[in-house]
Design a protein around this ligand. Structure first.
Ligand code: GDP
Ligand code: MG
Length: 609
């Protein structure tokens, strides 16, 4: 394929505006996948993605499409030229903007999909700027025009006023009914430039993504920027200096389809005997092993915004969890993992995630794909603490902070984000209240059109990781949209809040909170726990404390009755059943000191802010 017959593009959109559906329709239209009604979206391969209807990992597919470009003087009617189109699907959720930026690195243009009824939303804004800053051609696609409430003209006006996009450039489509879809690929071919590479230069290839396949080993997705790569070629990594030989090479069509070669401008896969995805650094430049090349600009590295401890619900499952985490991180290099030990929960892991959804998805995949029951501790953001000796540490685990440390800490900093919130004008009041409760600072307040307001806030990351989005949705009847990017650290008055059961601090329940909120959070945590812990054979006291100072306390009185007493001398099968039931119940319990805590209690703690 000649370079000018190749187009690399991506679809970007606010979540649910229809990019996965549109991607599927384009794959069908080009015969890349079979037409099937009600089939799950092809590119959303993970079970969690299908269940939650969100795209987590970007996927790529190559399509072939014949198209006659008009006005090039070539009016040969016999056969229009065939184009090779690489479509890169991207996730829409805020947590995964890292995936978006890496998809865009291989593209020259994007389809910016906007729901015809909902209009421009927070992630539309974020994604637009990602594409705009990368100098990509932007083709606005107003989708879902089949909906009764669709108002494409209003959306056109928004695109004009917010992004200065020409209304006449917008394509109107329905990925559901198929209306307007025939204009999409011609627009891709005519408006998006071919990749800029040079086929006679030494090979330079961008490593886009990698995953581990049970049978085939590490599979790398690559974009060939300059030069050509063939089966049997040796290549090296700029990042690691390692050399590999290409065993298999080809395109995603959409399954792996060997071609023996990848040319300049192509996006495809290579399998080369790498043993772990740790060797495949996303954003790395690959080159022929003796040539010297200028490395390609890498990606913004994934930043871990949320940390949580993951422990096997049953201590003996540690090895199972270990194995599962190893395998999963093979496919999701954006999770950081280190071993940690908790006196309450035993051996486990401290994991860093891009955000709360990312954490949830990882947790869910561990349970679904590997069958391990996992307890996760209260999520925390990375704080910085400075001690009187001048040393500074990044705290990823509140338990690691000594409880009586108040005297020794001289200053603390917390990470902040710049949040974009778009909402119908009538909800502005409650949103402002929410943001100030969350210690936000308003940076911008304007209107997109007569019905929609746009706000920017600086918010402490801590205040948005816990339940901010749900709260925002509920006070705006689901109409607000939200996106954020990380920003600088700010100084804050932070304290460690301990939870004590019968006087013993439970390290896995410790949190770091703002001093002004400590009282309320402590109260809420203690009440939550009281509701979740069953009465046991002895009295249980639950306390929240800052250092030696107890700020909240509850008591659960002892249970008297003996489960077995009732059927003493009675029916033996009934007795056995009861014992089994009790054992079942225990499985989901975690014994901390002498107190049994149900797994849900840990999950509930996540929701207190
Ligand atoms: P994504 O989150 O942007 O990938 O969105 P999806 O492709 O998963 O679509 C979200 C929802 O919108 C799904 O229920 C789709 O069936 C639906 N949808 C997508 N395109 C259209 C459309 O053109 N019209 C209508 N009415 N629904 C659509
Ligand atoms: Mg999707």
């Amino acid at each position: 394929y000649l370079l000018d017959r190749i187009r690399n593009f991506s679809i970007i959109a606010h979540v649910d505006h229809g990019k996965s559906t549109l991607a599927d329709r384009l794959l069908e239209l080009t015969g890349t996948i079979k037409r099937g009604h009600g089939q799950p979206q092809y590119l959303d391969k993970l079970q969690v993605e299908r269940e939650r209807g969100i795209t987590v990992k970007a996927q790529t597919a190559t399509m072939f499409y014949s198209h006659q470009i008009h006005g090039l003087g070539n009016n040969d009617v016999s056969e229009p030229p065939k184009f090779l189109l690489n479509l890169i699907d991207t996730p829409g959720h805020v947590d995964f903007s890292y995936e978006v930026s890496r998809s865009l690195a291989a593209c020259q243009g994007v389809l910016l999909v906007v729901d015809a009824a909902q209009g421009v939303q927070a992630q539309t804004v974020a994604n637009f700027y990602l594409a705009f800053e990368s100098n990509l051609t932007i083709i606005p696609v107003i989708n879902k025009i089949d909906q009764p409430t669709a108002d494409p003209d209003r959306v056109k006006a928004q695109l004009k006023s917010m992004f200065d996009l020409d209304p006449s450039d917008a394509l109107l489509t329905s990925a559901k009914t198929g209306q307007g879809l025939e204009q999409v690929l011609p627009a891709v071919i005519e408006r998006i430039p071919p990749p800029p590479g040079d086929s006679s230069s030494p090979l330079r290839m961008l490593l886009l993504d990698s995953y581990y396949d049970e049978y085939r080993g590490v599979i790398c997705h690559v974009a060939v920027v300059d030069g050509v790569l063939r089966k049997g070629d040796k290549f090296s990594s700029v990042a690691t200096g390692q050399t590999y030989e290409v065993g298999d090479i080809g395109i995603m069509h959409p399954e792996l389809t060997p071609t023996g070669i990848l040319l300049t401008g192509q996006v495809g896969y290579i399998i080369s005997g790498m043993r772990s995805t740790k060797e495949a650094r996303v954003g790395d430049t690959l080159h022929h092993n003796r040539s010297i090349v200028q490395p390609l600009p890498g990606f913004k590295p994934a930043k871990h915004m949320v940390f949580s401890g993951l422990y096997p619900a049953d201590g003996s499952d540690f090895e199972v969890l270990n194995h599962a985490i190893e395998r999963l991180t093979c496919n999701d290099a954006s999770v950081s993992v280190s071993k940690e030990t908790s006196s309450a929960l035993g051996m486990g892991f401290r994991c860093g995630f891009l955000g709360l959804l990312h954490m949830d998805v990882f947790h869910q995949r561990l349970e679904q794909e590997y069958g391990v029951h996992v307890i996760s501790t209260v999520p925390t953001v990375p704080y910085i603490f400075e001690y009187s000796d001048g040393s500074k540490v990044e705290v990823q685990n509140p338990a690691a902070l000594p409880s009586q440390s108040k005297q020794r800490v001289t200053a603390c900093w917390e990470p902040t984000v710049i949040a974009t919130i778009i909402m119908p004008s009538e909800h502005v009041g409650p949103v402002i209240t929410l943001c100030s409760e969350r210690r936000g600072q308003q940076l911008e307040y304007s209107f997109i059109d007569s019905q929609r307001a746009f706000m920017k806030y600086r918010l402490p990351l801590r205040e948005i990781v816990v339940d901010f989005y749900n709260e925002l949705k509920s006070i705006t009847s689901g109409y607000a949209s939200f996106d954020y990017e990380d920003s600088e650290y700010q100084q804050a008055d932070l304290v460690k809040l301990d939870i004590l059961l019968n006087g013993q601090p439970v390290d896995a329940m410790a949190t770091i909170v703002h001093n002004l909120k400590a009282q309320r959070v402590g109260r809420e945590l203690v009440e939550k726990l009281k509701n979740f812990i069953d009465r046991q054979m002895f009295e249980i006291t639950i306390q929240a404390a800052i250092g030696a100072k107890v700020i909240a306390r509850e008591t659960i009185s002892a249970m008297r009755k003996n489960v077995l007493a009732k059927c003493y001398g009675g029916d033996i099968t009934r007795k056995r059943k009861l014992l089994e039931k009790q054992k079942e119940g225990k499985k989901r319990m975690k014994r901390v000191g002498s107190v049994d805590i149900p797994q849900e209690a840990f999950n509930e703690l996540l929701k207190v802010s």
